[in-house]
Each structure stands twice: as structure tokens, then as C-alpha cells.
Write a protein that binds this ligand. Structure first.
Ligand code: NAD
Length: 485
């Protein structure tokens, strides 16, 4: 059965001119959706370097205007982009439409963020004249995209990077080049040239080559922790490069006292199973007060039983599509079996109705009795449940991970939430809200293995430009007052 993406570099004898190809397949059907050669690294980088001075010299107002035109181009192509996202990564169409809206909204958010986070400041002092603080772009930035939000997440780096005056080399996920290409063409049609915003298809090999290239000034990455660590290691001797890493999570949801069990169950199901669990912020671990366990679990299970999983364009619309490919579905099935054979008790089994396709049901498993729960991100629709006796234990369990992206408390008193907020180690800490759906008008990022302290969202402006301090006077003025002969 087809995996949703293949890098075909070893098909037959390789001649001088033959190149590796990226092929992407629809998870729901196995049909091919896109095929094309990987990019030529040196060409891509030299084109970007040549384009940068001209782009950086444009007035900020021009770059902002072009970003707004890009939003209009996306609006015109909204159906095409949403259909491509739904086909290529298996998202239900309603959810792909919502992703396109996020792409459009990112532009105004980024314009506001640039002005607020990286605006000019003048500090006047009678003695020293004017001290100005202004920001400069880094230069050529590589954006590496993940597959789960193939348009919105790369875009969340690209738009702020362009506004700040960088040129961008966008390497989409090898599992979602078709959607990446449509996004890139919207920039180009808006008047942002294919040198300023370049589409550079490729896989991990091209990703490595791009970020290591001397002509590249930084990498803005969204993807898995393993890849983020590999990038960090590769660039360990290159402090000159900006490295912004948005990685995964092993996120906790703590369920404490509340009379509103139906609402709580809806937040839990949404957090665990939206996008078939393929969200960095998805709740992986539900930590439940023991005395509430039966009531909460029966409510959550009843709702999870009602979740429709199916193909992106099915009617009635599914809540979840397939996972990205058969390899991912195989891995998740194996992980579920591993949890079961190491002390986990299945509350709701992971069902795969057709072994040749990557459709999976929502699954829930109680892993309280497991001695060593693997601290890994299971990127799919598997929710682990852990019972605890008291609130301190709940907080300790929340932090029982090397990741630190999202954590939510459902129920509890304001005092308990204060304690949770103060002690939960995560970049997104919520109360009576899902772990998913972070606001892009706020910082979005994590600590630990979830990120390198460069949150994206509203704070993307911070890593797209660096501050320059300038002492400035119209005329030279002598400053040495003492110590001269
Ligand atoms: P991935 O790490 O496999 O790939 C991401 C990108 O990195 C791809 O473009 C890939 O080609 C490239 N890449 C892979 N190996 C590389 C290497 N050694 N050097 C340079 N580039 C390399 O991630 P994925 O499977 O596409 O996406 C899912 C992951 O992304 C999950 O772990 C999820 O939690 C995470 N994610 C994080 C956020 C966030 O904002 N924190 C958002 C969405 C997804």
C-alpha cells in the first residue's frame, strides 16, 4: 500500500542528470497527488542571496502591502488550497477550510506584531544625544514545514519573515508539497517574486543541505523533536545562524472537580482527537482525580464513540480523517499494543478497519499501572489516562515529561488554577480550555523538548529581526572631559 509520501531517489541506475523526486499520495485513497524533482540547493541559495538586498531595501509599507495582496490571493484560491490540504494530508474539508482562514488571518496579526515587537524606539539623553533602537532582517531564512498544517504553519514563519525584510526559502514537508506549492504561488502572484519567496521541494536531505549552506542565515523550523535536535546538533558550531525550533509535545490535561462533565468531555475529546491527534498541542495524557474517574471516563468514552472518522470529503462530514500514511498508522498500532502489553488497560481500542489504509478510530487507554510510560509523542488519536489522588500528584504527573508545550486544567478552583499555572512547565497553560487551538495573537511555543525559547505566533516577529542599538548625533561632539594632559 502506498505511503503518503515517497522520496524516489533509487529507482534504477542514476545518471548524472537524474534527480531525486518527491511523490506525494492521498492518505485516504493511496492515489498520487504530486510529483516533482527536489530543488537544486546551490541555485536556490544563490538566487535568494541575490534577491535579498533589493527586498530588504523596500520600505516596510511596501512589504506590508504585498503581504496584504498575498492574503487576497489566498482568498481567491481558498477552495483550491483547502481541497489540496484535505486531499494531501487527509484533513476533513471543514478543517482544511479553517486552516486556509488561519493563513489569511496571519497577515494582519503579523503586521501588528511587527509594529509592536520590533518597532523603532528613540531614547533621548542630553549627554549622549539620541539612542535609537531599530531592527534589521537576518537575510536568507529557510522555512522547514511539517505535514500536519502544510499551509498555516510554514506560513506562520514566512509572513513575519518577509515583512521583516528577509527572503525565504520554503521547503515544504515531503509529505505535503502540493499544498506548499499552491501557498508559494499565492505569494508570487501577489508580487513577491519567486526569488524572494522560493518554493524548494525536498526531503530531509535537502533540509540538511539548506540549513548548513553558508549562504543561509537561519532556519525557522516546525516539526518533530527528533528533527529539531538533529538541526540543533548540525548547527552547534554556527552561532551566526538564527535557529527557531517549534517541536512536539506530550501534553497533559488535568481533570479536577467540576459539575460540567459534558463540557469537560467535549474539551477532552477535542484536545485528544482533533486532526486525528496530529497536532503538536494535542492532549496525549488525561490526568484524572481518582474520585471522578468513573464519571469522567464514561462521559469521554461515550463522546469518543460518537466520533465519525472517514475520508475528507465524506458526507456527513467526519470529525477525523486518516493519519498521514500507512507507516504512521502501523507505528501507532504498534504503540497501542506496546502500552497494552506493558500494563495499560484499553478503555477504547484503536481500530483500523482497512489494513491497507491509514484510517484509525479514536483510542483511550488507562496507563496508570504502567511502571515506565514511554515519554514520546504518539502523533495520532491515542489518549492515555492516568489516575491520581491529589492535586500535587496531578501537577507532578503533568510535568512528568521532557516536553513542555501545552497543559490544561479542567475544573478546579481559582486557587488550584493559580497553583497549576505556577508549576506546570509548558509554554501554553490553559484553564477550562482545550490544549489545541492556540491563539496566534499570542506567543505560541514550548520549553523542554518542545522548542528553543523562540515561540512563534505573535512572537515570530522577535526571531525574524535583530535589534540594533545606535547612538546618534547630528554633529560630532567631544566627550572626553577628564584624564587629558
Ligand atoms: P518532521 O520533523 O518529520 O519534518 C519537518 C520538516 O523537517 C520537513 O520539512 C522535513 O523534510 C524536514 N527535515 C526532516 N529531517 C530533517 C533534518 N535532519 N534536517 C533538516 N530538515 C529535516 O515533522 P513532521 O512529521 O512533518 O511533523 C509533525 C511533527 O511536527 C510533530 O512532532 C508535531 O508535534 C510537530 N509540530 C510542532 C508544532 C509547533 O508549533 N510546536 C506545530 C505542528 C507540528
Amino acid at each position: 500500500a502506498a505511503s503518503s509520501a515517497t522520496i524516489a531517489s533509487d529507482r534504477g541506475p542514476v545518471s548524472e542528470s537524474s534527480k531525486a523526486e518527491i511523490i506525494s499520495y492521498e492518505p485516504a485513497t493511496g492515489a498520487e497527488i504530486w510529483r516533482g524533482p527536489v530543488c537544486e540547493i546551490d541555485d536556490v541559495v544563490s538566487r535568494a542571496r541575490r534577491a535579498w538586498p533589493g527586498w530588504a531595501a523596500q520600505p516596510l509599507s511596501t512589504r506590508m502591502e504585498l503581504a496584504r495582496r498575498f492574503a487576497n490571493e489566498v482568498r481567491k484560491d481558498a477552495d483550491k488550497l483547502a481541497t489540496s490540504i484535505a486531499r494531501e494530508v487527509g484533513k476533513p474539508l471543514w478543517e482544511a477550510n479553517a486552516e486556509v482562514e488561519q493563513v489569511i488571518n496571519k497577515v494582519e496579526v503579523s503586521i501588528r506584531a511587527y509594529a509592536e515587537r520590533t518597532s523603532q524606539r528613540k531614547l533621548d539623553s542630553a549627554l549622549q544625544g539620541t539612542m535609537a533602537v531599530r531592527h534589521k532582517p537576518h537575510g536568507v531564512l529557510v522555512v522547514l514545514g511539517p505535514y500536519n498544517y502544510p499551509a498555516h504553519l510554514p506560513n506562520a514563519h514566512i509572513v513575519p519573515a518577509l515583512i521583516a525584510g528577509n527572503v525565504v526559502i520554503f521547503k515544504p514537508s515531503e509529505k505535503a508539497p502540493a499544498s506548499g506549492e499552491i501557498l508559494a504561488r499565492c505569494f508570487n502572484r501577489a508580487g513577491i517574486s519567486a526569488a524572494v519567496m522560493q518554493f524548494a521541494p525536498g526531503g530531509p536531505t535537502e533540509g540538511q543541505a539548506l540549513i548548513s549552506h553558508d549562504g543561509v542565515d537561519g532556519v525557522l523550523f516546525t516539526g518533530s523533536a527528533n528533527t529539531g535536535i538533529a538541526i540543533n546538533r548540525r548547527l552547534a558550531t554556527r552561532p551566526d545562524k538564527m535557529v527557531a525550533l517549534e517541536m512536539g509535545g506530550n501534553n497533559a490535561m488535568v481533570m479536577w472537580d467540576t459539575p460540567k462533565l459534558t463540557d469537560a468531555a467535549a474539551l477532552i475529546v477535542q484536545s485528544a482527537f482533533a486532526t486525528t491527534g496530529q497536532r503538536c498541542t494535542a492532549a496525549r495524557r488525561l490526568i484524572v482525580k481518582n474520585s471522578m474517574y468513573d464519571a469522567v471516563i464514561s462521559e469521554v468514552k461515550a463522546l469518543a464513540d460518537r466520533v465519525i472518522f472517514g475520508a475528507p470529503f465524506d458526507e456527513p462530514a467526519p470529525f477525523m480523517g486518516p493519519v498521514i500514511d500507512n507507516a504512521a498508522a502501523d507505528g501507532l498500532s504498534e504503540s497501542f499494543l506496546y502500552l497494552m502489553s506493558n500494563g495499560g488497560k484499553a478503555i477504547k481500542h484503536l481500530v483500523r478497519p482497512d489494513e491497507s489504509l491509514p484510517f484509525l478510530s479514536p483510542a483511550i487507554i488507562d496507563t496508570t499501572a504502567m511502571k515506565d510510560r514511554p515519554d514520546v509523542e504518539l502523533f495520532g488519536p491515542i489518549l492515555q489516562v492516568i489516575r491520581v489522588e491529589d492535586f500535587d500528584e496531578a501537577i507532578a504527573e503533568t510535568n512528568n515529561t521532557r516536553f513542555g508545550l501545552a497543559a490544561s486544567l479542567i475544573g478546579g478552583t481559582p486557587q488550584e488554577y493559580n497553583k497549576f499555572w505556577a508549576n506546570a512547565r509548558a509554554g501554553l497553560v490553559n484553564w477550562n480550555r482545550a490544549t489545541v487551538n492556540p491563539s496566534h495573537a499570542a506567543p505560541m511555543g514550548g520549553i523542554g523538548l518542545s522548542g528553543n525559547h523562540r515561540p512563534t505566533g505573535y512572537y515570530a516577529a522577535d526571531y525574524c529581526a535583530y535589534p540594533v542599538a545606535s547612538g546618534e548625533m547630528e554633529q560630532p561632539r567631544a566627550m572626553i572631559g577628564v584624564g587629558l594632559k
